[in-house]
Design a protein around this ligand. Structure first.
Ligand code: ATP
Length: 231
């Protein structure tokens, strides 16, 4: 569904991502682990059309998207939930969701109902300004807003960041439900234990490169993963 090949991305002279190749199969969930500064967010931002890569190819289904403007990337079926959520604070939950309608499928009301079914807390807070909601609720809203575009691939940057454990569980229950429903997902996570418990395949990044990859069972037994992320 999504194939990234030999992706390189820089900030001026700083090469943040070097030769990264990864895949998300149709209906599968791939996770990227790594320490702070490893290049995970830059990789996702490049995939999502927010950071122009220096070289490399990003195929969504069979279509190259690495040179497309952001709105075309969204229209072609890739939705990105950034780190820090970026919901529009003064707007209500339903207004935030409707912001993505223009890019979405004609059945926007149906998708909105699905978002509320996935996150009943959002349904209860429909008329509430997003800025007055908890971090967890804002994360749910950010995911809901991405789903409004009916993405073929949903790309999530650290959805657990700054959330209490019980709320992390709620957010991940929703991610698992989406995955079970056939949604293809690319997830960056610092919380390796929870990420590997839901993923079909995992990658570990260090200093801009993918240094380990494999299925979750093999990653959980890898000494470097055990020491750096699961101890
Ligand atoms: P984190 O979990 O802390 O977000 P990350 O793995 O997502 O880390 P990136 O944010 O992609 O890592 O950063 C990769 C490298 O690029 C780091 O060395 C970082 O300092 C550098 N970097 C990130 N953003 C910028 C920027 N806007 N300008 C210059 N360098 C940057």
């Amino acid at each position: 569904m999504l194939t990234v090949s030999n992706l390189c991305a820089s900030y001026g002279a700083i090469r943040a991502v070097r030769d990264v190749s990864l895949q998300v199969g149709a209906g599968s969930l791939s996770v990227v682990l790594g320490a702070n500064g490893a290049g995970k967010s830059t990789t996702l931002r490049a995939i999502a059309g927010l950071h122009r890569p220096v070289t490399g190819e990003i195929l969504l289904e069979e279509r190259p998207i690495q040179r497309m403007p952001l709105h075309s990337v969204v229209r072609n079926g890739l939705a990105f939930v950034p780190e820090g959520r970026m919901v529009v604070a003064p707007l209500t939950v339903e207004e935030n969701l409707s912001l993505s309608r223009f890019a979405g499928a004609p059945n926007a009301s149906e998708i909105e109902d699905r978002v509320y079914a996935l996150f009943p807390r959002l349904a209860e807070r429909r008329k509430q300004p997003a800025g007055l909601m908890s971090g967890g609720e804002q994360q749910m809203l950010a995911i809901g807003r991405a789903l409004m575009t009916a993405p073929k691939v949903l790309v999530l940057d650290e959805p657990s960041m700054g959330l209490a454990p019980a709320i992390v569980d709620l957010v991940f229950e929703a991610i698992v439900a989406l995955h079970k429903d056939g949604q293809s997902i690319l997830l960056v996570e610092q919380n390796a234990a929870i990420a590997l418990s839901v993923a079909d395949y995992g990658y570990v990044m260090r200093r801009g490169q993918i240094v380990i990859e494999g299925d979750p069972a093999s990653l959980k037994e890898n000494p470097e993963v055990l020491e750096a992320y699961l101890s």
